[in-house]
Ligand binder design. Structure first.
Ligand code: PLP
Length: 454
């Protein structure tokens, strides 16, 4: 299994041939045929047996049975949820990282990798306006980033309140807007904190809404943090970061900015003003596997004061002490994880090859697609924009349609391989949703999608 032999030789050439083909495919097929569990079990059951199989036979099963069921998140026609559009450079380098089992746990084990990852974190921190002391690590995704950051926020609140000394346990609360991501609520459940949900009639947490919610609270001493979203996963809306930062400062709350999707907007010159206030965040996350064109799975997690995060997350064990003794910077100290892939490296390679300017342009391209789509919707009788897009997400309604009409339209778009565009809800009403992220999505695709509403 571990040496070069004729079987390994064929494994390598067959798999690399497929990787080569896939990387060179310019517009990948959308795919995404859903097959029943029984059907798939009958194809895949018994494949793994006591004795091995011919590698080409197994690879064939992947290409004929498994691959067609995968909705290609990197297709220009994938306009659902938050798409992905990894650059060829990042995908190719991800394959390289796997080929060498690259890991990024500690300085002792992989100093060069960590220095390269940190250089990317530095660029993101600079763009966000965070101080030179800011730092962190790459984790698997926004959910993991939010969990790790809010765990630190809770510990900081606890130590400020001196909970350990008076022996009193309190339930810590975190202020969130109604559009905060589901992973924030899930994190709060895990950390046994309570959300203090601020009503946001316009889906944007504003200083005004936050101030009036806080004014109604009798005891703010249990508030550990406030979470600002930039921007929301459903509609791409950016909270009033500057106004929220003012209040966080005034009340002494930890400010966490969830920019898993929209945080990449700091690279777009046209969005600059919207991110004012981000420079005052105590923690900030952005998922490069979303709008920074990196492969899954990757979230950049940054802290204003990384040393505080280290006291919360560093794992101690006799066999690990050597890492702490020699460690210049151990990514494992800054989140809930120990072993980790060098998941920041594909982004490092791609940013170095293409330059930051190409990233700015690609992000602006998706903003233009959203704007052009919104313009068509405004000009088309029978269509109505739900709200003006802040980022790349466009919500709209087809007047007179029922919930079933939206679902039928969306299902037909996928069956005909035109697009993946599942509807969403807005104040309980089902509406159409297009999330633009791939810079090569064409307006022709958009026009076809809209024409299919008649
Ligand atoms: C996608 C998203 C998350 C969750 O990120 P994962 O990488 O899917 O775990 C959190 N917050 C926001 C705003 C998001 O868009």
């Amino acid at each position: 299994m571990h040496q070069a032999d004729p079987t390994t030789d064929r494994v390598i050439s067959s798999v690399l041939r497929y990787v080569d083909y896939r990387l060179r495919t310019d517009d990948v097929p959308l795919d995404g045929q859903v097959r029943s569990r029984a059907e798939l079990d009958s194809c895949l059951g018994g494949v793994i047996r006591e004795q091995g199989r011919d590698p080409d036979e197994v690879l064939d099963l992947y290409t004929s049975v498994i691959a067609p069921t995968v909705l290609s998140a990197d297709s220009t026609r994938f306009l659902g949820f938050i798409p992905a559009a990894p650059t060829k450079a990042s995908l190719a380098f991800d394959a390289l990282a796997s080929s060498a089992s690259l890991q990024g746990i500690s300085w002792t084990e992989a100093s060069g990798i960590i220095a390269a990852e940190n250089s990317v974190l530095r660029i993101i921190a600079d763009e966000a306006g965070l101080p030179p002391s800011a730092g962190g690590c790459f984790v698997s995704g926004g959910s993991a980033g939010n969990l790790s950051a809010l765990a630190v926020a809770r510990e900081v609140a606890k130590s400020k309140a001196g909970d350990s000394s008076d022996g009193r346990r309190r339930t810590w609360r975190v202020v969130v807007g109604q559009s905060a991501h589901s992973s924030i609520l899930s994190t709060l459940r895990l950390l046994e904190m309570e959300p203090l949900v601020v009503h946001t009639p316009h889906h944007r947490l504003t200083a005004e809404a936050l101030a009036s919610a806080l004014a109604q609270e009798t005891d703010l001493s249990t508030v550990a943090a406030v979470v600002a979203t930039a921007g929301s996963a459903n509609a791409g809306m950016i909270d009033d970061l500057a106004g929220i930062a003012d209040l966080a400062q005034e009340f002494g709350f930890w400010l966490h900015v969830d920019g898993a999707y929209g945080g990449a907007g700091i690279f777009a010159p046209s969005l600059r003003p919207r991110f004012r206030g981000l420079e005052r965040a105590d923690s900030f996350i952005v998922d490069p596997h979303k709008w920074m064109f990196a492969p899954f799975d990757s979230c950049a997690l940054l802290y204003r004061t990384p040393a505080t995060a280290r006291t919360v997350h560093a794992q101690r064990a006799p066999y690990l002490e050597v890492l702490h003794a020699n460690g210049e910077w151990n990514p494992s100290d800054y989140a809930y994880h120990l072993t980790r892939r060098a998941r920041g490296l594909p982004l490092w390679f791609s940013m170095a090859v293409h330059g930051v300017g190409a990233y700015r342009e690609a992000i602006e391209a998706s903003l233009c697609l959203a704007e052009a789509t919104a313009d068509i919707i405004k000009d088309t009788a029978g269509l109505e924009l739900v709200c003006d897009p802040d980022l790349g997400v466009v919500l709209f309604r087809r007047l007179g349609w029922s919930t079933a009409d939206y679902h039928d339209w969306s299902a037909a778009l996928l069956t005909d391989q035109i697009a993946f565009a599942p509807p969403t809800t807005w104040h309980g009403e089902t509406v159409a949703r297009l999330a633009f992220l791939h810079p090569n999505t064409s307006m022709d695709i958009v026009k076809t999608i809209l024409a299919r509403m008649w």
